[in-house]
Design a protein around this ligand. Structure first.
Ligand code: SF4
Length: 184
């Protein structure tokens, strides 16, 4: 059985959303309401629904060109079944690393079976609410209260320190796309 996923945007060949070149998925929908959130356009629930199998297939068809996939938002773990299925398909079909950025704390994830299942195939989860008063913008942590949860030894803190703080991309229609922690 495959599920559907509400996606705000995707980006290929990103260098500012995790180690190496990555495929990035911004999930649509977040009710956590962190003051000063840098991505308010991802909060609403409305978005086109994609088949998770189709999204995974799109990634797997070009998996050789990336180091990994990054799931961010919006809030990926408010669509836990979709995250679990996507990560499982990526894990089974490739050697891509899996990085999840979430507003939930590690304790909140561990206390919820669906959220815990969603991160089971991740290598690293960066967890916790964004706190504008503790803004950091480096090491893929928007604020210093956010924690690293290393689920495998694939990534180390030095890999994250080497990630550029921002990147500017030009879309096919000429639109400028600004991503990364300094875009926050
Ligand atoms: S969890 Fe992320 S997307 Fe949601 S409000 Fe907080 S910073 Fe914004």
């Amino acid at each position: 059985m495959t599920s559907t996923v509400r996606v705000h945007a995707t980006l290929s060949d990103s260098r500012a959303n995790g180690p190496g070149e990555r495929f990035v998925v911004w999930f649509q929908g977040c009710s956590l309401a962190c003051p000063g959130c840098f991505n308010p356009e991802t909060h609403g629930p409305d978005a086109e629904e994609l088949s998770v199998a189709e999204l995974a297939g799109r990634v797997l068809a070009r998996a050789d060109r990336w180091e990994g996939i990054t799931l961010t938002g919006g809030e990926p773990l408010q669509q836990p079944e979709a995250v679990a299925e996507l990560c499982r398909r990526i894990r089974e079909g490739s050697r891509l690393g899996v990085l999840i950025l979430t507003g939930y704390t590690r304790g909140e994830i561990e206390a919820d079976p669906a959220r815990l299942a969603a991160v089971a195939d991740a290598d690293l989860v960066i967890a916790g609410r964004y706190n504008a008063g503790l803004r950091l913008g480096t090491g893929l942590r928007g604020s210093s209260n956010k924690t690293y949860w290393w689920l495998t030894d694939r990534y180390r803190e030095a890999d994250l320190a080497a990630v550029p703080e921002a990147e500017v991309r030009i879309g096919a229609d000429g639109t400028l796309i600004f991503t990364g922690m300094e875009a926050a």
